[in-house]
Design a binder for this molecule. Structure first.
Ligand code: NI
Length: 229
């Protein structure tokens, strides 16, 4: 499932994020890469323990809280604390790779199975060239993403993906993973579609329409079948 969630951050929050990242202590992005992806990873990353990281994490997590569609689509059990990266200059790309299946959190704070990957674009697309996030599906099709600042893309953690070289300016982004309460992508997709239809039905027929109540029950009963909480 590919989902574009617009306006996760307000323009003011995007400005604040870019201000923080403008003075951040960037480090070689290979600090969190596995052996295979370290071969193709050439970007910079913000150290997780830095105060800049902490402030940005709160900003992003608060932004996500305002997005019911994000929750309906991902049904998160755990969200890994967002990390932040920068592509530009000589550290400007990340070749084809797959994300590791498990993300170990800092200070032994637990693990997140990476069912879903998320990228939050932070730079105004006018200020840089290149930097497309290209996501390949098993069938060989490609999704190519280059979103406005403050917008999020959600895609399956199982996909091979890359970031094309940035040839002008800097591309700043946040990224994180989600372990979903519903492990199966297919089941998650069905639940997301059903929820979207239900929201429309509730607005046209009203909350107390017997079919709306009945179908809401069916949605929750499916959740009960499939959720691991
Ligand atoms: Ni990746």
């Amino acid at each position: 499932m590919f989902l574009h969630v617009p306006d996760v951050l307000t323009p003011g929050e995007v400005r604040r994020a870019c201000e923080i990242l403008g003075q951040a202590p960037w480090k070689d992005g290979r600090i969190t890469a596995g052996e295979q992806s370290a071969q193709v990873k050439n970007n910079e990353q913000l150290p997780e323990a830095s105060p800049e990281s902490q402030e940005l994490q709160s900003l992003v997590l608060a932004g996500l809280e305002r997005q019911p569609r994000f929750f309906s689509a991902t049904l998160p059990k755990h969200i890994s604390p967002p990390l932040f990266n920068r592509y530009g200059g000589t550290a400007n790309s990340f070749g084809n790779h797959v994300d590791s299946a498990v993300r170990y959190l800092r200070n032994g704070a637990g693990r997140v199975r990476t069912d879903i990957s998320c990228t939050l674009f932070l730079s105004d697309p006018e200020t840089y060239d290149g930097g497309e996030l290209v996501i390949e599906s098993a069938g060989g099709q490609q999704q190519c993403c280059r979103l406005p600042a403050g917008h999020l893309v959600v895609y399956p953690g199982t996909s091979v993906h890359r970031v094309e070289p940035v040839t002008r300016g800097y591309r700043l982004a946040g990224f994180f993973w989600i372990q979903s309460m519903v492990r199966s992508l297919e089941q998650r997709q069905l639940l997301f579609e059903m929820d979207a239809h239900l929201i429309r039905l509730r607005s046209t027929l009203g909350e107390t329409d017997p079919s709306v109540i009945g179908l809401t029950g069916t949605y929750h009963n499916l959740l009960r079948q499939w959720l691991d909480v």
